[in-house]
Design a protein around this ligand. Structure first.
Ligand code: SDX
Length: 440
């Protein structure tokens, strides 16, 4: 399903010298098709009896991948070589899903068949209804999504043999197809409304909005502007290299766990406010700030090392320039608010003022803290009537194709092995056991 490019092992090496022993070690340097080269340290431990040390993996490449490329300094994001702005402007989410999974944009026939295959996998096993009933009505929908996605492996045994390419494809399609249904049903369950079944005559994003907002009592017409905005948001969130949740999916998958369990692990990681939970945290932060007059106080808190408060929606591990997705999202935000006639949305005004002040403040300039993808998505979702607790759920719906593409790439990588990092041990060395009667 994936096309990985063999990395070029150049003749370039780097020399590591142990100043104590004077011994030197030649480490090969490997170049990809673009972006930073990597120093191959796979034999370092056996050669030097030392591990590398990089908590948070700020300087570590965990794998070879041909799916997504990010240049954080230039604010570049490419899916299989195509610029995110082009894809967001000229594709729909189904085309981008095909591109991420197969490595090329689909022909008209490929696109038609792919979309049909996905459409005909959007239903959930009828017994999953009772699975929802086990949750409290006020459960966070992310808790429901983690549980229901993890349970898919209990319903779809016929596609969990990860060594079988056909099983991997079926599981991949099922996961992408069923996420909108799982997400919409989590919302319906929370508000006590009946589940709405997917419709095969609707496109992916329209179908999601239909399942979110239709009810058995009246016809619901999907607003095409909102469906287009939703589709674009899904495209912008579809994949993002080796972020925390994708790395979680890869690590879970490296043990041979079934794909549904791996995606459930990715959803759990995405939930954190430092990652996919940031869009929900941005809205909560804007509501806490409340008024533009309070912005300086919160900017001050964000700069205070002793204050754990951070400006949610700002900063990024990789982007030290504008997150290209935030730029596109900002434009979408204005389109949606204009369409819905909520131009004077106070939270948008507050967000724009917060962005303006932050971008002029030397602390944020010096630390290169720009708005990221989550800064505007929450405002669009809120304008579309989506409850804050569902924001990260939508991020998970979008990111599923990225997780699935990266999982397949890992399984198909002939060099793949179980991920098992080591550590710098700073605990007690071996000591004699002290029986209870002689303690304290
Ligand atoms: C996503 O990885 C991905 O690609 C993620 C993602 C994807 O598509 O998968 O892009 C999606 O997760 C976007 C990020 C959403 N998170 C937020 O908006 C939460 C707020 N942002 C921060 O928590 C933070 O910026 C991170 C977690 C996003 C990045 O943190 P890093 O790279 O580990 O940077 P850091 O924490 O080391 O911060 C560097 C400095 C620190 O100051 P010093 O210790 O150097 O003095 O910048 C400061 C931080 O205190 N800083 C912030 C800040 N973010 C970083 N200060 C105030 N407000 C912030 N938002």
């Amino acid at each position: 399903m994936n096309k990985t490019l063999a990395a070029n092992t150049t003749k370039r090496t780097m020399t590591l010298t142990d100043n104590t022993t004077g011994k030197s070690y030649e480490l090969p340097v490997i170049s990809g098709t673009t972006g930073p080269d990597v120093i191959d340290v796979r034999t370092l431990y056996q050669d030097t009896d030392c591990f590398t040390f990089d908590p948070g993996f700020t300087s570590t490449g965990s794998c070879e991948s041909a799916i997504t490329y990010i240049d954080g300094d230039q604010g570049v994001l490419l899916y299989r070589g195509y610029a995110i702005a082009d894809l967001a402007e000229r594709c729909d989410f189904m085309e981008v899903c095909y591109l991420l999974l197969y490595g090329d944009l689909p022909t008209a026939d490929q696109r038609r068949k792919f979309e049909t295959d996905i459409t005909y996998h959007t239903m959930l096993h009828e017994q999953m209804h009772s699975f929802y009933n086990g949750f409290r009505r006020d459960s966070h929908p992310m808790a429901v999504m983690v549980g229901v996605v993890g349970a898919l492996s209990a319903f779809y045994h016929d596609s969990t043999d990860i060594t079988n390419p056909r099983h991997r494809m079926i599981a991949s399609y099922r996961q992408i197809a069923k996420m909108p249904t799982i997400a919409a049903w989590a919302y319906k369950y929370a508000i006590g409304q009946p589940f709405m079944y997917p419709r095969n005559d609707l496109k992916y994003s329209e179908n999601f909005l239909h399942m979110m907002y239709s009810n058995p009592c009246e016809e619901y017409k999907v607003n095409p502007v909102l469906a287009k905005a939703m589709d674009r948001i899904l495209i912008l969130h579809a994949d993002h290299e080796q972020n925390a949740s994708t790395s979680t999916v890869r690590l879970a998958g490296s043990s041979g766990a079934n794909p549904f369990a791996c995606i459930a692990a990715g959803i759990a990681s995405l939930w954190g406010p430092a990652h996919g939970g940031a869009n929900e945290a941005v809205l909560n932060m804007l509501e806490e700030i409340g008024d533009v007059s309070n912005v300086p106080e919160y900017i001050k808190r964000a700069k205070d090392k002793n204050d754990p408060f951070r400006l949610m929606g700002f900063g990024h591990r990789v982007y030290k320039n504008f997150d290209p997705r935030a730029t596109i999202m900002r434009q979408s935000c204005h389109e949606v608010l204009d369409e819905l006639g909520v131009r004077d949305e106070p939270l948008l005004e507050l967000a724009m003022e917060l962005e303006r002040i932050a971008l002029e403040d030397e602390f944020f300039v010096e630390k290169k803290l720009y708005p990221n993808v989550d800064f505007y998505s929450g405002i669009i979702f809120r304008a579309m009537g989506i409850p804050t607790s569902m924001f990260t759920v939508l991020f998970a719906v979008a990111r599923t194709v990225g997780w699935v593409a990266q999982w397949n790439e890992m399984i198909e990588d002939p060099t793949q092995k179980i991920g098992r990092p080591r550590q710098l041990y700073t605990g007690p060395t071996e000591r004699s056991f002290v029986p209870l009667e002689r303690r304290g």
